[in-house]
Design a protein around this ligand. Sequence first.
Ligand code: ADP
Ligand code: ARG
Length: 341
Amino acid sequence: MLLHKHLTPELKSRLERLTTRNGWTLRKTIQSGLDHGDSQMGVYAGDSESYALFSPLLHPIIRDHSGHDLSGHTSDFSLDGLPQGDLDPTGEFILSTRVRVGRNLARYAFPPAIGARDRAALEAEVVQVLSGLRGHLAGKYHPLASLSEAERLELVHHHVLFQQSDRFLDSAGVNRDWPRNRGIFHSADMRFIVWVGEEDALRIISMQPGSGLAQTYLRLQTALEQFDGQLDFAQDSRLGFLTACPTNLGTAMRASVLIRLPHLSRRPDFRARCARLGLAVRGLHGEHSEARDGIHDVSNATRLGVTERDIYEQLRTGIHALMEMESAARKRGHPKVAPGN
Ligand code: ADP
Ligand code: ARG
């Protein structure tokens, strides 16, 4: 765990007296890592100020995880000159495509630290902006507490809704007052979605069946342009968009496909091959879930020190390579899928 690697006794005594304006302390920063020995990072930020105040601990962790020297982060959404056709036009491998970004608002604490009153104010502010979206982005906001159990499960089953935050986030304080002032906004066609009050204040999501990565990506870009000037997102010149978990800093973008790789994923070096392509592998229902029938969620591994355009390009190239590897592995045989793969 990177927390244990970087938190020396000297650093601990130096930082443990500090508190941000929102009451975020070293103890709160590291609580999740202390509770869960299987954490990869073990730390969360309660607000923008946490990244400055606890930088002697957080910056080395961020450098170690991202491999980036934190010299500066830039954003570039342009796709000029890049291929924009479908990745898998016959639909042989790719079931669906999703691109999301995490965002927090500069004037509020992040979900680990936000208080009940501010959570309600943030929700109202965001819902007001969402209700102004027009055209294919227009939709409706559903407070989590207003959904029946059947509706909630249906949305989770279709990969549209988050579940109650995981044990790592629970230890970081994200589940306080659940489910109040959390919710989901979605367009009529369910292709544009905003989660309010999960791990970050906002998760802005574009998703659709099939392999139309460019279309999915451009829908998200259009939405972000519409928020411009209406929502003041927390950001930093070196760390990019500021998120509760340091793994999401930078672009805060995860672009993924659900892809069927029954032959390739049986190989013991499947994850290592993906890693060499700059790709991370999750299960059928996202982080901490298992793959089923050879179907995996494959996404960009890096979010900091790369642009959105880089992520688009890397996912395209990597997924092409994986589809070729799957076809080659299929020709060699091995039709059965190993359990959990
Ligand atoms: P996040 O991407 O928000 O960090 P998760 O890994 O928990 O978080 O995924 C959230 C949800 O998004 C899960 O239901 C997951 O199956 C779904 N998801 C991720 N990628 C895709 C995709 N390409 N197509 C459809 N659903 C997806
Ligand atoms: N806190 C967890 C860890 O350190 C989560 C890491 C990334 N996942 C996330 N949803 N931010 O392993």
